[in-house]
Design a protein around this ligand. Structure first.
Ligand SMILES: [Zn+2]
Length: 173
């Protein structure tokens, strides 16, 4: 039997607010209504809802490659106000691109009996792709919504969707 989870990745002020430290831009803003509707829809059908969020230390090694962003406890690390986190949802923090590296995400999915993980959020070629890869390696089916993901670069977005399909068996809807 298929049990679904929706993983909402990095829908945080620093990525989605024009004043954020690593603002994805208009393509990021454009996915917000789709993501909000998908959360509603999957919550109603009883899927496990998981917010996956960057939460870095102020001196995180990732900041050698990216401007400082999503520092734990700051405004930038908070889920955008357009999306509401329900008391029954899970909130999983991460410090790398993959949602399964050093986090409790895999344990939550296994405990909940999840077989199929649906991904929305940012950025397609970075955290979405690395998380999709690790989900695939761990035996989960993965669905990515084209209208629910965005990237800093449109070509990277398309390339990542194509690569995830080819390499990790991701179903792009
Ligand atoms: Zn980060």
């Amino acid at each position: 039997m298929t049990k679904r989870a929706l993983v909402i990745t990095d829908m945080l002020n620093d990525f989605l607010d024009p004043a954020g430290a690593l603002y994805v831009g208009e393509p990021g803003r454009a996915i917000i209504p789709f993501v909000a509707a998908k959360i509603q829809e999957m919550r109603q059908e009883g899927a496990v809802i998981i917010f996956l969020a960057d939460a870095h230390d102020p001196d995180d090694p990732e900041f050698r490659r990216f401007p400082p962003h999503a520092v734990s406890g700051t405004w930038g690390a908070a889920v955008i106000p357009e999306l509401s986190v329900a008391a029954s949802d899970h909130l999983v923090t991460k410090t790398t691109f993959s949602g399964l590296f050093g986090t409790e995400l895999r344990d939550i999915l296994r405990q909940e009996g999840v077989t199929e993980v649906h991904l929305v959020g940012v950025c397609t070629s970075i955290c979405i792709m690395e998380t999709a890869r690790d989900l695939d390696l761990n035996g989960f089916r993965v669905v990515v919504y084209r209208d629910g993901v965005a990237d800093l670069d449109q070509e990277d977005n398309e390339w990542a969707l194509e690569r995830m399909t080819r390499l990790f068996g991701v179903q792009v809807r």
